[in-house]
Design a protein around this ligand. Structure first.
Ligand SMILES: [Zn+2]
Length: 353
C-alpha cells in the first residue's frame, strides 16, 4: 500500500501554529473544486462543505498546524534563540537540522549542543532549559544572521520525507495532525459522488492553532454552528517498550481508530460511532477520557449552546517527536468509519439526553 499523495504533500508542508501557509496551499489545491462550497476564514482555517444548508450538519475537524519554534533573539555572534510552539520535549531538540521559514524562503540551520566530552558529569543527565538552546545559522556576526532571519520567523524540524518503515507502518514529522486533516478532507472526496443520497450536511474543517489552545476550532465551530462535531486527531498508541498500559490504557498500532468516551463526548454520538463500526466491520478501540481532551473536541463541545461531540483518533507512537509513527490501515479505517457515520445521520436524529 502506498502512502496517499495528499497525505504526503500535507506532511511535507511546514505549518507551525499561526504560520500554516504551506498546509493551506496544499489543502486549497486538493479541495478547491471538490466541495460544494469551500471557504477560508480570517484565522486561516478551511471549511469544505457538501450539502450546505441540510440538517443535521456534521462538522469533521482535523487540525493542520504542527509544533515548531519561533525566533526570539539573535546574539552578537549570530546564534539564534527561540521560543517553542506547542508541547515540546526539551530533551529532544538539540542535534537536529531545522528550517527557518523566512520572508525570502527557507533557510537551513542546526540546533547546537556542547559535545558529551565537554559536559561535566552532572550536566550529562540534565534536561536543558529552553533559553539555553540555540540555532546555529553558520553566521559569524549578528548582522549576518539578521540579514537572513528576523525575530518572529517560525522554525520546524527538517526531517526526511514521510516513509514506510515496514509493511504499512509509516513515519514522519507531523502526523499530529496532518493525518486528521487528510482524513476529514478525504471523506469529502469520497462522499462527493453520493451526496444526493446523504440525509445530512457535512463540513470538513482543517483547523489552525490547535497546538496552542484549539483556537481554530473555537472560531470554526462558532461560525459553522454544527449539530454534531467530530474531532479527528492522533491518539497515543501504548504498545511500545516503557508504556505501562495499566497507566495509559491499551491502544495498539494497526488495531483500528480509537473512539473516545468520557465527559467530552456526547453519549449518543459515541454509541452511533460504535454501531457504525460494528455494522461496517471496521476494527476500533475505545479510550477513556475523564477530562476535556487536548483536542479540537474540547472547544467544539462547548461552542454556543453546546454541540454533540465525538472524538476519533488515529493511533500514533512517539507523539510530538520528529519520528511520529502511524499505520496505514488505521488511517483508512478512520476514513471508512467517518463515511459510515455521516451516511447514518438523518433529520430525525436526537442528540439531547
Ligand atoms: Zn499535538
Amino acid at each position: 500500500m502506498d502512502i496517499p499523495k495528499f497525505l504526503t504533500d500535507l506532511m511535507e508542508a511546514r505549518s507551525p501554529s499561526g504560520y500554516e501557509f504551506e498546509s493551506q496551499k496544499v489543502i486549497d489545491r486538493y479541495m478547491g473544486d471538490k466541495a460544494d462550497v469551500y471557504k477560508k476564514d480570517v484565522m486561516g482555517s478551511r471549511h469544505a462543505y457538501l450539502n450546505e444548508g441540510k440538517t443535521p450538519l456534521v462538522m469533521l475537524s482535523g487540525h493542520m498546524d504542527e509544533l515548531g519554534f519561533l525566533i526570539k533573539y539573535i546574539d552578537d555572534k549570530g546564534f539564534a534563540y527561540f521560543d517553542t510552539i506547542g508541547g515540546h520535549d526539551l530533551s529532544m531538540i538539540s542535534g537536529r537540522r531545522v528550517t527557518i521559514l523566512t520572508k525570502n524562503g527557507p533557510i537551513p540551520g542546526v540546533t547546537g549542543k556542547r559535545a558529551i566530552h565537554l559536559l561535566d558529569s552532572d550536566e550529562r543527565n540534565k534536561i536543558p532549559k529552553q533559553y539555553d538552546l540555540w540555532i546555529d545559522l553558520g553566521c559569524k556576526t549578528d548582522k549576518e544572521a539578521q540579514s537572513l532571519v528576523e525575530i518572529g520567523d517560525p522554525v520546524v524540524y527538517d526531517t526526511p520525507n514521510t516513509s514506510i518503515i515496514n509493511d504499512k507502518v509509516i513515519t514522519g514529522r507531523a502526523f499530529d495532525d496532518k493525518v486528521g486533516t487528510y482524513v476529514v478532507m478525504e471523506v469529502i472526496h469520497r462522499l462527493a459522488a453520493e451526496k444526493s443520497s446523504l440525509e445530512c450536511g457535512i463540513v470538513s474543517v482543517a483547523s489552525v492553532q490547535e497546538e496552542v489552545g484549539t483556537r481554530g476550532a473555537i472560531t470554526s465551530s462558532f461560525s459553522i454552528q454544527p449539530t454534531v462535531g467530530i474531532a479527528i486527531d492522533v491518539g497515543h498508541a501504548t504498545d511500545f517498550p516503557s508504556c505501562d498500559q495499566k497507566r495509559f490504557g491499551k491502544v495498539d498500532l494497526g488495531a483500528g481508530p480509537i473512539i473516545a468516551r468520557g465527559c467530552n463526548i456526547n453519549p449518543v454520538v459515541f454509541e452511533k460511532l460504535i454501531g457504525c463500526a460494528k455494522a461496517a466491520e471496521i476494527p476500533y478501540q475505545i479510550e477513556s477520557e475523564p477530562y476535556p481532551t487536548g483536542t479540537d473536541a474540547r472547544s467544539i463541545q462547548i461552542s454556543r449552546g453546546g454541540v454533540a461531540t465525538g472524538l476519533v483518533s488515529i493511533p500514533l507512537r512517539y507523539m510530538h517527536t520528529p519520528t511520529e509513527t502511524a499505520h496505514l490501515d488505521d488511517i483508512e479505517n478512520t476514513i471508512k468509519l467517518l463515511c459510515a457515520f455521516t451516511k447514518s445521520l438523518t433529520p430525525g436524529d436526537i442528540f439531547e439526553f
